[in-house]
Design a protein around this ligand. Structure first.
Ligand code: ATP
Length: 204
């Protein structure tokens, strides 16, 4: 069973990294694939090029074997839909159970994604929550709290999972950099060094 975490990662930070590791360990996933989006359909264009965001990601996960980078959306370029990405991964690894990992905010908007019912035919959803947060309001009939259930079906279950709460966002990091403030300790030092060396995010 593998986990898939898509994001703009503009830039990658500890909110992504710690929670990804939480999910990997809680579900004993063989790996979590971080999938940087090329040009997300649902938001404005990222501040850095796909190649720059990818380089920062590579630095962030270099010494963590449980987190790997899947470049397919960047290689495909343009607008990409999660459904197409899942189909492509499923084609390559047909025997692998896929778990799509979402923050609870992203899950709230999930019914409006492109063909959510088809996504649920290809993957389980793992919804990262605050400890004690109530169950999501939609897809009630799909919710389970037993991670072992994910192994009994190929796809279509929704597992709410409490993860470490870190109030970190890439938006705030970009803002700090623009204002000349240090975002140190919100993201790995090696990633910050790369941002500073390459003068990324430093003007609006
Ligand atoms: P931005 O501020 O630019 O919108 P972001 O920090 O929210 O970016 P994304 O790349 O959009 O990062 O997020 C990718 C995934 O990681 C999403 O599913 C999002 O819910 C999740 N995520 C982002 N930040 C955190 C965090 N601090 N804790 C838990 N999950 C997070």
């Amino acid at each position: 069973m593998i986990g898939l975490l898509g994001g703009t990662f503009d830039p990658i930070h500890y909110g992504h990294l710690r929670t990804a590791l939480d999910v990997q360990q809680a579900l004993a996933l063989s790996e979590i694939r971080l999938i940087p989006l090329a040009d997300p359909p649902h938001r404005t264009a990222p501040s850095c090029s796909p190649e720059q965001r990818l380089a920062l990601l590579q630095t962030a996960v270099a010494d963590e074997p449980g987190l790997v980078i899947d470049q397919r959306e960047i290689l495909r370029g343009g607008k990409t839909y999660t459904l197409d990405t899942l189909r492509s991964i499923k084609q390559e690894t047909p025997d692998e159970t896929l778990c799509l990992i979402l923050g609870s905010d992203a899950f709230n908007g999930f019914p409006n994604w492109h063909k959510p019912e088809l996504i649920l035919q290809l993957a389980h959803l793992v919804v990262m929550q605050r400890p004690g947060e109530p169950d999501p309001l939609h897809y009630h009939d799909r919710i389970t709290h037993q991670s072992a259930d994910l192994l009994t079906k190929e796809a279509g279950l929704v597992l709410p999972l409490a993860v470490t709460q870190l109030e970190i966002s890439a938006t705030r990091i970009r803002q700090m950099l623009r204002q000349g403030l240090s975002p140190r300790y919100l993201l790995p030092d090696a990633v910050l060094k790369q941002i500073i060396d390459q003068q990324l995010y430093q003007s609006s």
